[in-house]
Design a protein around this ligand. Structure first.
Ligand SMILES: Cc1cc2nc3c(=O)[nH]c(=O)nc-3n(C[C@H](O)[C@H](O)[C@H](O)COP(=O)(O)OP(=O)(O)OC[C@H]3O[C@@H](n4cnc5c(N)ncnc54)[C@H](O)[C@@H]3O)c2cc1C
Length: 498
């Protein structure tokens, strides 16, 4: 079995993991473990951009105010202040790593606007900001001799020794079991969209970080706050493909089957109301008219400008025969972002000594009950900066431990069945609208299904099956959180609550 010790261990190669790796490499040797190819991450799929108060009429105070309003009173104000104050520096750092942002005619950053923001403040690269950011930071990582990356390396468990996290156990596709130890470990495993049957997240978003942290007793909170993006494509060949909010920012409108601009019936901010409001309005409209989607109408906008600003969306829709400057786009809400996660402080420290966390896997306190659009890439950078500063204090020199037997997981064919059933049940009972009865049924389903993992038969290791176990743990946190949350706030809406 492979054993390796380095100064710092990173689990995940999205923006959170790679930002930390680049910063920590200034202090020592860094090992990055990632379960697929380096760029496979939620980060690569981000479209709209990164929020930063860099416009002339903007200020961090306005960004702070908008973030706190979206969070519906549940944000940690200190974390929010840290986020918004450091946003311009985060953008500058990304540019230094080689990220190309769109510029205006006057050569300043071209700033978009999204729902919930009182100013134009979304720094972007057309409609594929995440792709560009991930390209830049992964190239910087590849060129850094202090960073070693292991791809196709599935982390199965964190290692706890005398109450401290000293590293992680993993299975590498070509090598088999491998154990990595370090003086500090950063958990940056991203989101958990695959717990639902309809999500914008790619296949790697299976809540592994929640499972890993849970199994060593780290504190996890606020998982009931799952953000559903209002406008994802309803199409069998491209389900869950995101139609960025920036398109509504540019003037696209929502219409029902009868062509009526139905947001007039729900909120006077219309299509640019916060995401939870728009998503709930769409769900209500779909239920009211008994249809399977609503439509995003961009046909009245300037065709050339649309294609210039949204080239990826234009291209992907063309591939399924849809011309967005001439036809309405069928859309439905889908799970998009997890606001809750592993609890961290302002230094990105979790409740377990030597374990840090950053990015979507965390609950840093910046999102509260609802995330303001484009604050998550920013959060990943700012809290990875903080972690890299804090890890310098961790004492060096931990020996590798050696007793690692890969965990037993249930056979893959059974895991397939469990995953599909879980995704359907979660969509039915823990989606945008919840009820006590539905949540209780779901909790029973999760408890009964999880028993399969208590004493699994001896089967070859399967990452797919290990993910199913993490999805069950993640679902349990979402459902338990939803049952315990007795008021409707932000993203949590239970029809039985007062
Ligand atoms: C379609 C889409 C559009 C978005 N648009 C925006 C936007 O415009 N602006 C914005 O701010 N945010 C946006 N977001 C959200 C944002 O992209 C994510 O919140 C952010 O990128 C998360 O970064 P991360 O580094 O925490 O996680 P990720 O980028 O998801 O990276 C997680 C990494 O962990 C690895 N991993 C997971 N489990 C394991 C394991 N067991 N072992 C080893 N490795 C593992 C994964 O392979 C991956 O490399 C969008 C998200 C999506 C899906």
């Amino acid at each position: 079995m492979k054993n390796q010790t380095s100064d710092f261990l990173v689990i995940g190669s999205g923006l959170a993991g790679l930002t930390f790796a680049l910063k920590a490499a200034e202090l020592g040797q860094v090992t990055v473990l990632t379960k697929a190819e380096i760029k496979e991450s939620n980060t690569s799929w981000a479209q709209g951009g990164i929020a930063a108060a860099v416009g002339e009429t903007d200020s961090w105070r306005l960004h702070e105010e908008d973030t706190l309003i979206a969070g519906a009173g549940l944000c940690n104000p200190e974390a929010v202040r840290m986020l918004v104050q450091q946003a311009p520096a985060a953008i500058e750092w990304l540019a230094q790593q080689g990220t190309r942002f769109d510029l205006s005619a006057s050569n300043n950053l071209d700033l978009g606007r999204e729902g919930g923001h009182s100013r134009h403040r979304i720094v972007h690269h057309a409609d594929k900001t995440g792709w560009e950011v991930e390209r830049a930071v992964s190239e910087a990582v590849r060129q850094n001799p202090a960073i070693q990356v292991y791809e196709n390396c599935f982390v199965t468990d964190l290692i706890l020794s005398e109450g401290e996290c000293i590293g992680a156990n993993s299975i590498i596709s070509d090598l088999g079991p491998a154990q990595f130890t370090a003086r500090a470990t950063l958990l940056a495993t991203g989101g958990c969209g695959k717990v639902y049957d309809n999500t914008t997240n790619p296949r790697v978003a299976t809540g592994d970080g929640i499972g890993l942290a849970h199994r060593i007793g780290a504190k996890i909170e606020n998982m009931e706050f799952q953000q559903f993006h209002p406008t994802t494509l309803k199409h069998s060949q491209l389900a869950g493909f995101l139609i960025t909010e920036a398109m509504r920012g540019a003037g696209a409108t929502l219409r029902n089957h009868n062509g009526r601009r139905f947001m007039y019936d729900y909120d006077n901010r219309l299509e640019l109301a916060p995401r939870d409001v728009v998503a709930r309005s769409i769900e209500r409209e779909i239920q009211k008219l008994k249809t399977w989607c609503v439509y995003l109408d961009a046909t009245h906008l300037n065709s050339e400008e649309l294609k210039h600003e949204f080239p990826t969306i234009h291209q992907r829709l063309l591939e399924i025969g849809l011309e967005f400057d001439r036809e309405w786009i069928p859309v439905v809400p889908a799970q998009h972002y997890s606001c809750g996660g592993v609890v961290t402080d302002l230094q990105a420290k979790t409740s377990i000594p030597r374990l840090y966390a950053s990015g979507e896997v965390t609950s840093t306190g910046v999102h509260g009950a609802n995330r303001l659009a484009s604050n998550s890439l920013l959060e990943a950078i700012v809290f990875s900066f903080a972690a890299a500063e804090a890890v310098s204090q961790e004492s060096p020199g931990l020996p590798p431990t050696s007793n690692f037997t890969p965990p037993h997981v249930i056979p893959e064919n059974e895991a397939i069945h469990i995953r599909h059933a879980l995704q359907k049940e979660m969509a039915l009972h823990a989606g945008i609208f919840r009820t006590n009865e539905g949540l209780r049924k779901l909790k029973t389903f999760i408890d009964e299904t999880s028993i399969a993992y208590d004493n699994p038969p001896s089967a070859p290791f399967s990452a797919y099956s290990a993910e199913a176990r993490n999805l069950l743990t993640t679902a349990d946190y979402i459902v338990s959180g939803a049952l315990n949350r007795k008021e409707n706030i932000g993203l949590h809406f239970n029809a039985d609550n007062p």
